[in-house]
Design a protein around this ligand. Structure first.
Ligand code: MN
Length: 148
Protein backbone atom coordinates (compact mmCIF):
# COMPACT_ATOMS: atom_id res chain seq x y z
CA UNK A 1 0.00 0.00 0.00
CA UNK A 2 1.38 3.37 -0.99
CA UNK A 3 0.45 6.71 0.50
CA UNK A 4 1.93 9.19 -1.93
CA UNK A 5 3.79 12.16 -0.56
CA UNK A 6 2.94 15.72 -1.63
CA UNK A 7 6.17 17.68 -1.34
CA UNK A 8 4.40 21.04 -1.62
CA UNK A 9 2.36 20.47 1.56
CA UNK A 10 4.29 17.73 3.40
CA UNK A 11 1.19 15.59 3.49
CA UNK A 12 0.45 12.04 2.40
CA UNK A 13 -2.42 10.81 0.31
CA UNK A 14 -5.35 9.88 2.56
CA UNK A 15 -3.63 10.85 5.82
CA UNK A 16 -5.36 13.44 8.00
CA UNK A 17 -3.40 16.32 9.51
CA UNK A 18 -4.27 16.36 13.20
CA UNK A 19 -3.65 18.53 16.22
CA UNK A 20 -0.37 17.41 17.83
CA UNK A 21 -1.85 16.73 21.26
CA UNK A 22 -5.27 17.10 22.77
CA UNK A 23 -4.38 16.53 26.41
CA UNK A 24 -3.91 20.19 27.28
CA UNK A 25 -0.11 19.99 27.42
CA UNK A 26 1.83 23.08 26.32
CA UNK A 27 3.10 23.30 22.75
CA UNK A 28 2.97 25.75 19.84
CA UNK A 29 2.14 25.21 16.16
CA UNK A 30 2.65 21.45 15.86
CA UNK A 31 0.69 19.05 13.68
CA UNK A 32 0.57 15.24 13.63
CA UNK A 33 0.00 12.78 10.82
CA UNK A 34 -0.25 9.05 11.54
CA UNK A 35 1.28 7.17 8.61
CA UNK A 36 1.09 3.69 10.13
CA UNK A 37 -0.98 2.57 13.08
CA UNK A 38 0.38 -0.87 13.84
CA UNK A 39 0.05 -4.40 12.54
CA UNK A 40 0.20 -7.72 14.39
CA UNK A 41 3.89 -8.26 13.71
CA UNK A 42 4.85 -4.56 13.91
CA UNK A 43 3.08 -3.16 16.97
CA UNK A 44 4.31 0.37 16.34
CA UNK A 45 2.98 3.71 15.27
CA UNK A 46 4.86 5.71 12.66
CA UNK A 47 4.03 9.41 12.69
CA UNK A 48 5.11 12.65 11.07
CA UNK A 49 5.14 15.72 13.28
CA UNK A 50 5.66 19.19 11.94
CA UNK A 51 6.56 22.29 13.91
CA UNK A 52 5.95 25.61 12.17
CA UNK A 53 8.69 28.27 12.32
CA UNK A 54 8.67 29.66 15.87
CA UNK A 55 6.81 26.66 17.26
CA UNK A 56 7.85 23.96 19.72
CA UNK A 57 6.80 20.53 20.92
CA UNK A 58 5.95 19.74 24.53
CA UNK A 59 8.79 19.68 27.06
CA UNK A 60 8.22 16.15 28.31
CA UNK A 61 9.44 12.76 29.43
CA UNK A 62 7.94 9.28 29.44
CA UNK A 63 8.88 5.62 29.80
CA UNK A 64 8.60 4.81 26.11
CA UNK A 65 11.41 5.23 23.57
CA UNK A 66 11.27 7.39 20.46
CA UNK A 67 13.10 6.84 17.21
CA UNK A 68 13.12 10.10 15.28
CA UNK A 69 14.37 11.15 11.86
CA UNK A 70 14.31 14.79 10.82
CA UNK A 71 12.43 15.05 7.52
CA UNK A 72 11.97 18.78 6.97
CA UNK A 73 13.89 21.94 7.74
CA UNK A 74 16.16 22.59 10.67
CA UNK A 75 16.03 23.73 14.26
CA UNK A 76 17.11 22.45 17.65
CA UNK A 77 16.37 19.63 20.05
CA UNK A 78 16.82 19.56 23.80
CA UNK A 79 17.85 16.14 25.10
CA UNK A 80 18.37 16.08 28.85
CA UNK A 81 21.12 18.67 29.48
CA UNK A 82 22.16 19.19 25.83
CA UNK A 83 20.84 21.44 23.06
CA UNK A 84 21.77 20.29 19.55
CA UNK A 85 21.18 21.75 16.09
CA UNK A 86 19.17 19.36 13.91
CA UNK A 87 18.61 19.13 10.17
CA UNK A 88 17.06 16.83 7.57
CA UNK A 89 18.42 13.29 7.82
CA UNK A 90 19.55 13.46 11.43
CA UNK A 91 18.51 10.36 13.37
CA UNK A 92 17.70 10.73 17.06
CA UNK A 93 17.06 7.98 19.57
CA UNK A 94 15.34 9.29 22.67
CA UNK A 95 15.70 6.74 25.46
CA UNK A 96 13.16 6.05 28.15
CA UNK A 97 12.79 8.91 30.69
CA UNK A 98 14.97 11.42 28.82
CA UNK A 99 13.52 14.95 28.82
CA UNK A 100 13.07 16.24 25.27
CA UNK A 101 11.71 19.14 23.24
CA UNK A 102 11.91 20.08 19.56
CA UNK A 103 12.03 23.73 18.56
CA UNK A 104 11.68 25.37 15.16
CA UNK A 105 13.84 28.26 16.34
CA UNK A 106 15.95 28.81 13.20
CA UNK A 107 13.38 30.48 10.95
CA UNK A 108 12.42 27.17 9.35
CA UNK A 109 10.05 24.28 9.84
CA UNK A 110 11.12 21.24 11.82
CA UNK A 111 9.39 18.12 10.55
CA UNK A 112 10.25 14.70 11.90
CA UNK A 113 9.23 11.08 11.52
CA UNK A 114 8.75 9.34 14.87
CA UNK A 115 8.37 5.65 15.69
CA UNK A 116 6.75 4.55 18.96
CA UNK A 117 5.32 1.37 20.38
CA UNK A 118 1.52 1.17 20.11
CA UNK A 119 1.46 0.20 23.79
CA UNK A 120 3.08 3.10 25.59
CA UNK A 121 2.77 5.16 28.74
CA UNK A 122 1.32 8.67 28.90
CA UNK A 123 3.51 11.70 28.39
CA UNK A 124 4.59 13.56 31.53
CA UNK A 125 4.83 17.33 31.20
CA UNK A 126 7.59 18.93 33.27
CA UNK A 127 6.37 20.82 36.31
CA UNK A 128 7.63 24.36 37.08
CA UNK A 129 10.11 23.13 39.73
CA UNK A 130 11.48 20.54 37.29
CA UNK A 131 11.90 23.22 34.63
CA UNK A 132 13.85 25.33 37.13
CA UNK A 133 16.07 22.31 37.88
CA UNK A 134 16.66 21.89 34.13
CA UNK A 135 17.69 25.55 33.82
CA UNK A 136 20.20 25.06 36.63
CA UNK A 137 22.01 22.32 34.65
CA UNK A 138 23.83 24.75 32.37
CA UNK A 139 23.56 28.13 30.63
CA UNK A 140 22.73 26.67 27.23
CA UNK A 141 19.70 24.79 28.57
CA UNK A 142 18.70 27.87 30.57
CA UNK A 143 18.83 30.11 27.48
CA UNK A 144 16.93 27.51 25.43
CA UNK A 145 14.13 27.18 27.97
CA UNK A 146 13.82 30.93 28.47
CA UNK A 147 13.72 31.74 24.76
CA UNK A 148 9.98 31.46 24.23
MN1 MN B 1 7.95 12.39 23.53
Amino acid sequence: MIKQFDESSYTWDGVDTLVYKQDGSPFKDVTRQVLFNGAKDIPCQFRYFEVKPGGYSTLERHDHTHMVMIFRGHGQVLLDDKVTDIKVGDFIEIPSRMVHQFRANKGDYVGFLCLVNLDRDKVQVLQPDEIEAMKAKNDVVKAFLESC
